[in-house]
Ligand binder design. Structure first.
Ligand SMILES: Cc1cc2nc3c(=O)[nH]c(=O)nc-3n(C[C@H](O)[C@H](O)[C@H](O)COP(=O)(O)O)c2cc1C
Length: 147
């Protein structure tokens, strides 16, 4: 019942893009700038992502529902037809997102069947003209003004 955004957590691994969609993203601290994401202990993508010096977090835009599905699918190429860019530290960002955060793992905490990843935000790039994708009750929505 808690509405969230959807964040693509992506990096390069052995010359190939890797990534996953998450909705457990949260802001944590301002000084230092920290955000968190919870990753399932069963994830096969996270062990690949965490090898990268930096990891890119892209807050998906309202028209990126199919991309969210793609980045969570267990079959096929998650990046087929996806436009992305990568920085010198291996952080990968999705074109058309509303926010890019260039992050480095700051700490990891055990959280039951998930791992709580604390990321330090090194740089951010905002695209305020792009409305965000909203995930609520297992459905994808857009934002609407409260009346
Ligand atoms: C909207 C949405 C939110 C998700 N949020 C999370 C999350 O917060 N943490 C997580 O571990 N997986 C989350 N997933 C699942 C992953 O995207 C992916 O399916 C999972 O990591 C399994 O693939 P893997 O073995 O490649 O990691 C989410 C999927 C969707 C569609």
């Amino acid at each position: 019942m808690f509405p969230t955004g959807v964040v693509a957590v992506c990096a390069m691994d052995e010359g190939k893009p890797v990534g996953m969609a998450v909705n457990s993203f949260s802001s944590v601290s301002l000084e230092p700038a920290l955000v968190s994401v919870c990753v399932a202990n069963t994830s096969s993508t996270w062990p690949r992502l965490k090898k990268s010096a930096n990891i890119g977090l892209s807050v998906l835009g309202a028209d990126q529902e199919s991309l969210s599905r793609k980045l969570s699918s267990r079959h096929g190429d998650r990046f087929e037809g996806v436009e992305w860019t990568v920085n010198d530290d291996g952080a990968l960002f999705i074109e058309g997102a509303t926010l890019w955060l260039d992050c480095r793992v700051h700490d990891q905490l055990r959280g039951g069947d998930h791992e709580i990843i604390l990321f330090e935000v090194l740089q951010s790039h905002l695209f305020p003209q792009v409305p965000p994708l909203v995930f609520h009750q297992s459905k994808y929505l857009g934002l609407a003004h409260a009346s």
